[in-house]
Design a protein around this ligand. Structure first.
Ligand code: BLA
Length: 763
C-alpha cells in the first residue's frame, strides 16, 4: 500500500539523476577527446585509452594532439578544422600507433559543443573505404521510386523500415510514432521471423522521458552497438577550462542513461540504432533498430540511414498533408456555404440546420446543438435538451477558451456517461458567455494493445535510502479496453469550427447592432412625441375648455345685446376651439401608433377594412360613393391600426372627390417577400411634385376652407405602415384620381414557401 502511494507521487520526469547530456560517460568501443584550440591541447579524455591505444589517459592529458598522431595526419586535421564546416572532414580516417608497427584505424568525427569545445570522437573503423555520397542518393532514389507506387500512409511507413533493414541488417527495424499525449506506438515493422512482432503495440510516455526526447531533436542519430558493455568515464569529470561537465548532446559516443540500458536488457536487445524523425521542429517519431547481439554500424552507413529516413520522411509528411488537404478543402467549402445560408436566413440558426450541407457536415459529427438565447436547436443524435442545459452550465463555468474539444467527455464531466452513446466526444465553441454551438460524437469502444502493462511501466527500487526507477521486466502484450471515448476530433475540424465561430459572432453582432440602433432611434422620437401629446392633451385641454365655455356663456347671456357681426365672430371662435380639439385628438392618435404597443396577429385584412367602411357609412352614402374590393390575404398585423389606416385612406378618397361620384377600389398583390395593397380612387388626384410632402405631419396642400381636416391623416398612415415594416406611397396625376400603395411583409413561416407561392394569390 505504502509503495503504491509512493509510485504515484514520483514524477518520472523529475528524476534525481544528472541530466543525460551531462553524464560524462561514453561507450566502451570508442575514445573521446576534448580539445583546446588552436593548439589542440587534450583537456579531457575517456579513461579507456590504454585498452584502445595502449597509452594510459594520464599520459595523454594536457598533451597536444600532435604528440599522438603523425604530422601529416595533424596537418590534414588542422586544415579541415579551419574550414569552419566540420562536416567536410567528417569522418576522417586516422591511424593510431598501438605499439611498434601495429596501427589501429579509426573513424574520427569532430564537432563543437554548445560550450564551444572541440570534441573528437574515435570509433574503430568497421569498413576501410568511404561510401561515396552518391550511393546515398541512389539508395534514396530507389526507395522513393517505390514510394511513388504506394497509396496509403501505412505502406509508406513500411517502406522506410524495409529499406533501413535491408541496408543495415538489423534483426528488427520499427517506425515508432508519438501520439499527442506523449504515448507512442509502432506503426511499421520489419523483422526476422523468430522475433515476436511489436507492430501496433503502444508504449507509455515514461518509456522515453521528455528530457530524452528534447535531446533527440538536436541529435538525430544515436547508436548503441553494445548495450551490455560498461560505460567509460571521461577524465577529469569537470572540464578544466569551464569547471563544468562537458555537454555531450551531439556526441556519438555518449553512453545511454542507465535506465535505458536496463530497458534494452529487459527487452532482450544487444544493440540499437535510433534515428529521430522531426516535423515542424517537433519529434514526430523514431526509426528504432534492434539487434539481439552487438552490432557495429559504420559512421557512413548511419549517415546514409539518417539521410534515407529524412528524405523519405519528408515525402511521408507531404503525403500526410495531401490527405488532409482534400478534407480541408471540403470543409472550407461547407463553411462558406453555411455562412451564405446564415446571412440569408432571418435567424442564423436556421441557416445552420435547415439545409444541406448543415452544421453536422462541418466536423463530421453525428449530432449538433445550437444553444442560443435560452433555447437549444438540435440536429442529429444529441443528448436531451435538459441535459444540454446542464452541460452548457458546466462549460460556462469551466471553459474559457475559444474552442473546447475532447474525445472523452465523461472523464471531465462524469454526468456525460449517461449519454455516452451520443456524446462521448464533444467539440464546443462559445458564441458569447451563455451561447454555444456544440458537436457530438458517440462512444466507440477501442482495444489498445500495450507492450506491457502501462500502469506498471516502471518499478521503484529502494536500496540504502536511494530511490531509483527501473524499467519493467515484462513487455508482454497487455490489452486495454478503452471505453467512454469517441473518435478524436481532427485538427482541420477544430479549425473549421473556430472559423464558423468568427462568422457567427460577426452576424449576431451585426444584427444586434442594427436592432439596437433602430430601437434607440424609435424610442427617442416616440418619447418626444409622447411628451408633446401629453402636454397637448392635458395642459392645452384646460385653457381650451375655458375659452369654449366662456364664449358659449357670452353668447347665451348677451345674445339679445349682440349684433349679427358679434354672433358671427363668436361662431368663428367656437369653430376654432373645435378644430383645436380635433388636432389634439389626432396628435394623440399619432403618438399612440407605436411599435411597442402593437399587437401583431394573423389578421384577415378584410375584417379591419369592413370595420373602417362601417365607421364611414354616413360619409359614403352622403357622397354616393361605390366601394369595391378583391379578396384580401391574411397578414401579420395589428387589426385596429389597419382599420385606422383604411379609414384614413378611404376617408381621403371621399373627401378629395371630383365632380363624378367617387369610385374606390381596394386590392392586393403578392410580391417576393411582401404583400402589396392599394386603394384606388377617381378623385381630384395629386400633383406628383407633392407626393412625398403629403405624408409629413401637419402638411396640407389645400386650405381648410376647401377641405377640412388637420393634415395628420396620412402621417398617421405612414407611421402605422412603418410599424409593420412596410412602405407607403402614392401614384397620381392631377385630375386623374390617385392610387395609394402600401406593403406588409409576409410572415416568416410563409416566407419559406415564398417561391412556391409567388404570384399565386390566395383562394
Ligand atoms: C530512451 N527509450 C529510449 C529510446 C527509445 C526508448 C526508443 C531512445 C533510444 C536511443 O536514443 O537510442 C523506448 N524502445 C523504446 C520503446 C520501444 C523501443 C518504447 O524499442 C518500443 C518498441 N525508460 C523507461 C524508464 C525510464 C526510461 C522507466 O522505461 C526511466 C525513467 C528512460 N529511455 C529512458 C531514457 C532514455 C530512453 C533516460 C534516453 C537514453 C539516452 O539517450 O541516454
Amino acid at each position: 500500500m505504502e509503495t503504491e502511494l509512493q509510485v504515484q507521487e514520483i514524477n518520472v520526469v523529475s528524476l534525481k539523476e544528472a541530466p543525460i547530456h551531462l553524464s560524462s560517460q561514453i561507450q566502451q568501443h570508442g575514445v573521446l577527446l576534448v580539445l583546446g584550440e588552436p593548439e589542440l591541447k587534450i583537456l579531457q579524455v575517456s579513461t579507456n585509452t590504454l585498452e584502445v591505444f595502449g597509452i594510459s589517459p594520464k599520459n595523454i592529458l594536457q598533451k597536444n594532439l600532435e604528440d599522438l598522431l603523425d604530422p601529416f595526419q595533424i596537418e590534414r586535421i588542422k586544415s579541415g578544422i579551419s574550414e569552419n564546416n566540420l562536416d567536410f572532414i567528417n569522418p576522417t580516417k586516422i591511424w593510431v600507433r598501438k605499439k611498434g608497427d601495429e596501427y589501429t584505424v579509426f573513424d574520427a568525427v569532430f564537432h563543437r559543443n554548445s560550450q564551444g569545445f572541440l570534441i573528437l570522437e574515435l570509433e574503430p573503423a568497421v569498413s576501410q573505404e568511404n561510401i561515396p555520397f552518391l550511393s546515398f542518393y541512389h539508395l534514396a532514389r530507389a526507395s522513393i521510386n517505390q514510394l511513388q507506387t504506394t497509396t496509403t500512409f501505412r505502406e509508406f511507413c513500411h517502406i522506410i523500415v524495409k529499406e533501413v533493414q535491408k541496408v543495415t541488417g538489423f534483426d528488427r527495424v520499427m517506425l515508432y510514432k508519438f501520439d499527442d499525449d506523449g504515448h507512442g506506438s509502432v506503426v511499421a515493422e520489419e523483422k526476422i521471423a523468430s522475433l515476436e512482432s511489436y507492430l501496433g503495440l503502444h508504449y507509455p510516455e515514461s518509456d522515453i522521458p521528455k528530457p530524452a526526447r528534447k535531446l533527440f531533436i538536436s541529435n538525430s542519430i544515436r547508436s548503441i552497438p553494445e548495450a551490455s558493455s560498461q560505460p567509460v568515464q571521461i577524465l577529469p569529470v569537470n572540464n578544466p577550462v569551464s569547471d563544468r561537465p562537458i555537454d555531450l548532446t551531439n556526441s556519438i559516443l555518449r553512453s545511454a542513461a542507465p535506465c535505458h540500458l536496463e530497458y534494452l536488457h529487459n527487452m532482450g536487445v544487444g544493440s540499437s540504432l535510433t534515428i529521430s524523425l522531426i516535423k515542424d521542429q517537433k519529434l514526430w517519431g523514431l526509426i528504432a533498430c534492434h539487434h539481439q547481439t552487438p552490432k557495429y554500424i559504420s559512421y557512413e552507413l548511419r549517415k546514409a540511414c539518417e539521410f534515407l529516413g529524412r528524405v523519405i520522411f519528408a515525402e511521408i509528411s507531404a503525403r500526410e498533408e495531401t490527405e488532409d488537404y482534400d478534407y480541408r478543402m471540403n470543409l472550407t467549402h461547407i463553411q462558406s456555404v453555411l455562412i451564405e445560408y446564415m446571412s440569408q436566413a432571418e435567424n442564423f440558426i436556421d441557416g445552420l440546420v435547415k439545409h444541406q450541407p448543415n452544421l453536422l457536415d462541418l466536423t463530421s459529427a453525428q449530432g449538433a446543438a445550437v444553444c442560443f438565447g435560452g433555447s437549444c436547436t438540435l440536429i442529429g443524435e444529441t443528448p436531451k435538451e435538459e441535459e444540454l442545459y446542464f452541460l452548457v452550465e458546466w462549460l460556462k463555468n469551466n471553459i474559457n477558451e475559444e474552442v473546447f474539444y475532447t474525445d472523452s467527455l465523461a472523464s471531465l464531466y462524469p454526468d456525460a456517461e449517461r449519454f455516452k452513446n451520443v456524446a462521448s466526444g464533444l467539440l464546443a465553441i462559445p458564441i458569447s458567455k451563455r451561447n454555444y454551438v456544440l458537436w457530438f460524437r458517440p462512444e466507440v469502444i477501442q482495444t489498445v494493445n500495450w507492450g506491457g502493462d502501462p500502469n506498471k511501466a516502471f518499478e521503484v527500487n529502494q536500496s540504502q535510502g536511494n530511490v531509483r526507477l527501473c524499467p519493467r521486466k515484462s513487455f508482454e502484450l497487455w490489452k486495454e479496453n478503452v471505453r467512454l471515448t469517441s473518435l478524436p476530433w481532427q485538427f482541420v475540424e477544430i479549425k473549421a469550427a473556430l472559423e464558423l465561430r468568427k462568422a457567427i459572432v460577426n452576424i449576431v453582432l451585426r444584427q444586434a447592432d442594427e436592432l439596437a440602433q433602430l430601437a434607440q432611434d424609435l424610442e427617442r422620437s416616440n418619447a418626444e412625441l409622447k411628451k408633446f401629446a401629453y402636454v397637448a392633451s392635458h395642459d392645452l385641454q384646460e385653457p381650451l375648455n375655458q375659452v369654449a365655455n366662456y364664449v358659449q356663456l357670452l353668447e347665451m347671456r348677451y345674445h339679445q345685446e349682440l349684433d349679427a357681426d358679434a354672433i358671427e365672430f363668436i361662431n368663428y371662435a367656437v369653430e376654432g376651439v373645435s378644430l383645436m380639439q380635433t388636432l389634439i385628438d389626432d396628435v394623440l392618435a399619432y403618438s399612440k401608433v407605436d411599435t411597442q404597443a402593437i399587437a401583431f396577429q394573423l389578421t384577415e385584412v378584410e375584417v379591419p377594412l369592413e370595420r373602417a367602411l362601417s365607421n364611414l357609412r354616413q360619409r359614403i352614402s352622403e357622397a354616393g360613393a361605390t366601394i369595391t374590393y378583391d379578396p384580401l390575404p391574411p397578414v401579420m398585423a395589428d387589426s385596429t391600426q389597419l382599420m385606422q389606416l383604411f379609414q384614413n385612406l378611404i376617408g381621403n378618397a371621399i373627401k378629395f372627390r371630383s365632380d363624378k361620384p367617387p369610385q374606390i377600389h381596394v386590392g392586393a398583390e403578392r410580391l417576393e417577400d411582401e404583400w402589396l395593397f392599394f386603394v384606388r380612387d377617381n378623385g381630384i388626384g395629386i400633383d406628383p411634385r407633392f407626393s412625398d410632402r403629403i405624408f409629413i405631419i401637419f402638411q396640407r396642400l389645400h386650405t381648410r376652407d376647401e377641405y377640412p381636416g388637420t393634415g395628420m391623416g396620412l402621417a398617421i398612415c405612414k407611421k402605422i405602415i412603418e410599424c409593420h415594416r412596410g412602405r407607403i406611397w402614392v401614384e397620381s396625376q392631377l385630375g386623374q384620381g390617385a392610387t395609394f400603395y402600401f406593403t406588409i411583409p409576409v410572415g416568416a413561416r410563409e416566407r419559406r414557401n415564398g417561391r412556391k407561392t409567388q404570384n399565386h394569390l390566395f383562394s
